[in-house]
Structure formats: C-alpha cells, structure tokens
Design a protein around this ligand. Structure first.
Ligand SMILES: Cc1cc2nc3c(=O)[nH]c(=O)nc-3n(C[C@H](O)[C@H](O)[C@H](O)COP(=O)(O)OP(=O)(O)OC[C@H]3O[C@@H](n4cnc5c(N)ncnc54)[C@H](O)[C@@H]3O)c2cc1C
Length: 358
C-alpha cells in the first residue's frame, strides 16, 4: 500500500518506521524539520513511568513493552536517549484515591519494581525532595527520562533504513488532492486544521520553566512529581547547563495556532516560582526562563487511533496530552494496525477508556 503520513512528531515517525517494516511504501511529510522546533515531541526531557494512578493496570504493561522497544532502537541505531532512573511521585496525603496511592497499590498487584517511603524515608533517599513536605512518596523503579530529540531521530533513521521517504519542510496544505492508498494524519496540535477533531479534543498551551542554580550546593535531583493529579508539579534532573526544569501538569488555555507561542501566564510563573523558592532553596527562583509547547488531549486523556468519519482511507493518530511520548514504538504499531484495518484496543480509539489518564 502507498501510505502518506502527515506530521513528523513521535506519532508520525513511529508510524513510518512500523509501516515501512511491514512492507508498505511510506512517504512522510513534515512542515518543519524532524523533530520540528514547534512539535510537542521536541523537548529537553520526557518522563517514562509505570505509575498511572487508577489506570496503572492497563498502561504499565504497555510502558514496559515500549521501553523494551526503545532499548532495541538504541542498540540498532547506536543513539543513546534513555536514562533509567527511579521516579519519585510524592504526595501531600498519600490518601486512598490519590494518584500516588493508587499507583502504588496497582504496582504491588502487577509486580512493578517499586517502594513506598514515608516523609522521613523520602528525605533520606532523595534529600533534594526533603522540603516537599510529602506525607509519603511512591518510588517507581521501572522509570526514567528520555532525550526526545535523539529518540525521534532514532525512529526517523530507522524508518528511512526500512525504505520510508521522509520529506522535511513539506507542509500539506489540503487533503483533497493527495495521492495515496491511505493517508494518516499525525499532525499533533495542528490536527483540527486538517480534519474534524474527535469530540472533546483540546489543544492547550503548556509551559516548562527553567531555574538556574542559586546559592549553595544543589543535591542530586531525580525525576519527581508532587500531587501530580491535583497540584500538578513535576520536574527533572538538571540539564547539562545546570538549569532545572519544573512545570505544571495542568491543562493550560486553549490555542488554535500551535506556532504562536504565548508566554506563560503571570500567575503560573508566580505559582511555580513560589513553589521552587520554598521547596528548592538552592535554586534561583527570581528569573526563570520558559519554553512553550502544546498538549493535544482527547476527552479521556487517552490516544486517538481512528478512521476519519465519512472519509475513505483517511485516518488519524494522535492526542495523548502530556503522556504519549514514552509509548513511541507502540504508537507506530497501533497506527500501522489502524491503517491495515486490524483491530486496536478500544481504549485507544478515542471513544473513552475506563479511567481518565493523568
Ligand atoms: C510540555 C509537555 C511535556 C510532556 N511531557 C511528556 C513526558 O514527560 N512523557 C511523555 O511520555 N509524554 C510527554 N508529553 C507528551 C508528548 O510529548 C506528546 O503527546 C507527543 O509528543 C505528541 O506527538 P505528536 O506526534 O502527536 O505531535 P507533535 O510532536 O507536535 O508533531 C506533530 C507534527 O506535525 C507537523 N505538522 C502539522 N501540520 C502539518 C502539515 N499540514 N503538514 C506537514 N506537517 C505538519 C508539525 O510540524 C509537527 O512536527 C509532553 C508534552 C508536552 C507538550
């Protein structure tokens, strides 16, 4: 089959790699470079974790399979982009029903490598997180973080090695006159410009803030979150230049043009800076820098792999808000199944899963 893919973010390049391996003639058109400066897939770091709150039972096996596939990709391409590291999901209460408690209970059920620490235990295991004031933390040991640019390049290289044509600076303006047996729209936040988006899909403006070291020595910082499903704070180990990324996992304001990068709202900067000043006093909270990005979120926070209604041989793959990247190679397999007319799991069809995904 001749398959045209629109978009060279993680969904698009992974689909190109999977479809090319299955013997299809694949052309991918990307408006910018791969990965594009504008893409959600372009970032300084992305987290992978088994912990998925009430939805852990259904997502953790997929995270494991995807991580294994990423490792294979590292070995095949010689690119290094996976950094295994325990993820500390701290909670102010650790009460039943919280993301952290539900994740811990689920990891115990499925045999996930994890530990639950009380506040004192957390301070000993990760002194950088001592001032979070957590009642307890789940430590997810099958976690870590990515260098997303390298990861996308590894997928793109693999697609090309398998025979796919990847065209950069090749924006698709209209869908009507495209010649292909199947067209897969994997255009991230641009999706609503090309096809009617699935109901309840939102494209929102998100920001990451970066804090330079201030006075004193910074203790080693693991990937962490604090009350992720409610307050929504999370952060990463420092970048090579010493800056710490701290952000809010909360839906920002809706946008209709992902290329217009609005600055963060003053109150978001104030809230994150106040948090950093109080909890990480060795960082300079007075002058954060920022980068902007977009979440494309389906109603239930899951992904959407679906045919476009009333259009033959036109499909879309995307959404996944702030959590799709880690599934990269699996996203490609699901997209390829969709294009080939194979069955894909119900909770990936954009019709709603049993639990909202955080
Ligand atoms: C701030 C932030 C933090 C995140 N953190 C994590 C994390 O820690 N862990 C995790 O697993 N996930 C995370 N995610 C989620 C993940 O990054 C996204 O779900 C994923 O990257 C979306 O990929 P995509 O391919 O759908 O979109 P994109 O990466 O945005 O790619 C879409 C591409 O389509 C191209 N395009 C658009 N229109 C056209 C056109 N007409 N013609 C040609 N090309 C076109 C664009 O140029 C773009 O390159 C985060 C997302 C954000 C925004």
């Amino acid at each position: 089959m001749d398959v045209l893919i629109i978009g060279g973010g993680v969904f698009g390049v992974a689909a190109a790699a999977a479809l090319a391996r299955r013997g299809h003639a694949v052309t991918l058109r990307e408006a910018g470079e791969i990965p594009s400066e504008e893409a959600a897939s372009r970032d300084v770091s992305k987290l992978f974790r088994l912990a998925y709150g009430a939805a852990t039972d259904r997502w953790a096996p997929r995270v494991r399979a995807a991580t294994e596939a990423w490792r294979t990709l590292e070995a095949e391409t010689g690119r290094r982009f996976l950094h295994p590291a325990p993820f500390f999901a701290a909670s102010s209460t650790f009460a039943p029903g919280t993301f952290e408690r539900e994740s811990a209970d689920a990891l115990a059920r499925i045999g996930g490598d994890h530990e639950v620490l009380d506040g004192a235990g957390l301070s000993r295991a990760a002194p950088a997180l001592a001032s979070l004031g957590a009642a307890a933390a789940l430590v997810d040991r099958e976690a870590g973080w990515f260098e997303p640019v390298e990861a996308v390049r590894a997928l793109a290289e693999t697609a090309v090695r398998r025979g796919a044509r990847l065209l950069e600076r090749s924006r698709v303006e209209r869908l009507d006159d495209l010649e292909a047996d199947a067209v897969l729209v994997a255009a991230g936040g641009w999706l609503p410009r090309l096809v009617p988006p699935p109901p309840e899909t939102r494209v929102t403006s998100q920001h990451e803030l970066f804090f330079r070291p201030g006075a004193g020595t910074a203790p080693p910082m693991p990937p962490w979150s604090f009350d992720i499903a409610t307050a929504g704070f999370y952060g990463f180990p420092p970048l090579a230049d010493g800056r710490h990324k701290v952000a809010l996992h909360r839906l920002g304001p809706p946008i209709d043009d992902p290329e217009r990068k609005p600055p963060p709202a003053d109150e978001e900067v104030r809230e994150v800076s106040a948090f950093v000043a109080e909890r990480f006093p060795w960082l300079d909270a007075s002058r954060p820098t920022w980068r902007s990005c977009q979440y494309t979120t389906a109603g239930d926070g899951s992904f959407v792999f679906a045919p476009v209604a009333d259009r033959e041989r036109l499909f879309l793959a995307g959404c996944g808000g702030g959590h799709a990247f880690k599934f990269g190679p699996l996203l490609g397999e699901w997209a390829a199944d969709l294009v080939e007319g194979k069955e894909i799991p119900d909770d990936l069809k954009g019709i709603g899963g049993p639990d909202r995904v955080v």
